[in-house]
Design a protein around this ligand. Structure first.
Ligand SMILES: [Zn+2]
Length: 137
């Protein structure tokens, strides 16, 4: 990814910033210029909570260029609690028994290997939201 493009996407990548339609209150991630439901435009930004549930997931064994050092890795689709369905890598899931519908939360992590210019791109991933498992005395 070119650095100027990444700079423009830092809101969505770091803060899970999408937008919401003022007319019909639908919410979008990534942000859209026009609401597909009512054709409203000039949609104000909306910061998603980062909480959601795991909708689907898979393990990637043959990584795309730029992801070789992470393979094998998990990717998932997450239904945000505000509505949108988002695809992302899953983090901190080694040894976790992933199940559809389990709660997840957004975290900021390195997304891919450094490119030929040395840029390291960070962005959102989702990790399982685990219950505290401390033993009772
Ligand atoms: Zn709308």
């Amino acid at each position: 990814m070119e650095l100027p493009r990444f700079h423009r996407l830092r809101g969505p990548f770091y803060r899970l910033e999408g937008n919401a339609c003022a007319a019909c209150s639908l919410r979008f991630f990534p942000p859209r210029p026009v609401c597909p439901a009512c054709r409203g435009n000039g949609l104000p930004s909306f910061a998603f909570s980062g909480r959601g549930t795991l909708y689907s997931w898979s393990r990637v064994l043959q990584p795309a260029r730029g992801y070789a050092s992470m393979a094998p890795y998990l990717v998932g689709m997450v239904r945000l609690e505000e509505g949108p369905l988002v695809s992302a890598q899953l983090a901190d899931a080694d040894g976790v028994d992933l199940t559809i519908g389990m709660p997840v939360e957004m975290v900021t992590r390195r997304l891919r290997d450094a490119d030929e210019h040395g840029y390291i791109v960070y962005g959102y991933k989702f990790r399982p939201l685990l219950r505290e498992t401390r033993k009772q005395p």
